[in-house]
Design a protein around this ligand. Structure first.
Ligand code: HEM
Length: 129
């Protein structure tokens, strides 16, 4: 199908579940990122990120049904995100993306995902240091 969404093209829910689970495994043991997360249980944050990414890439709209407009820059204002935090976040995300095999995520889709994450992480920076 020429109109197939990115979400479907990369395997849908199981792929996003694996990607975001791996990302939060990295967050859990990252000394820069972990202290930023207000809740002891990372499960709810993992779920919000998964719902957001699924929606962004053409999957179910559960995120906005539950949370409304993403307003991600506003929602990140409580956290100081400088270059160090951005780099730590991107390191974790690159590790998560690398953990998805080539049959699931081909080179073009991988590139699109990486480019998006780099753009999005840069746009979330709210502190010069
Ligand atoms: C929420 C950190 C970039 C998507 C959060 C939270 C923290 C955080 C601490 C609160 C956790 C929670 O939901 O309870 C960071 C840091 C970033 C970053 C340090 C470094 C650049 C991004 C990017 C995206 C993103 C690039 C999207 C591609 C989200 C989403 C939420 C969230 C969807 C939940 C928003 C909601 O409340 O509905 N982030 N984030 N974050 N982040 Fe990030």
């Amino acid at each position: 199908d020429v109109q197939q969404s990115f979400y479907d093209a990369v395997g849908g829910a199981p792929t996003f579940r694996a990607l975001v689970a791996r990302f939060y495994e990295e967050v859990a043991r990252d000394e820069i990122l972990r202290p930023l997360y207000p809740e002891e249980d990372l499960g709810p944050a993992e779920r919000r990120m998964r719902m957001f990414l699924e929606q962004y890439w053409g999957g179910p709209h559960t995120y906005s049904d539950e949370r409304g407009h993403p307003r991600l820059r506003m929602r990140h204002q409580p956290f100081r995100i400088g270059p160090i935090e951005r780099d730590a976040w991107l390191r974790a995300m690159h590790t998560a993306i690398a953990s998805i095999d080539d049959d699931t995520l081909d080179a073009d889709h991988r590139r699109a995902l990486v480019d998006y994450m780099e753009m999005a992480a840069n746009s979330m920076v709210n502190s010069p240091i």
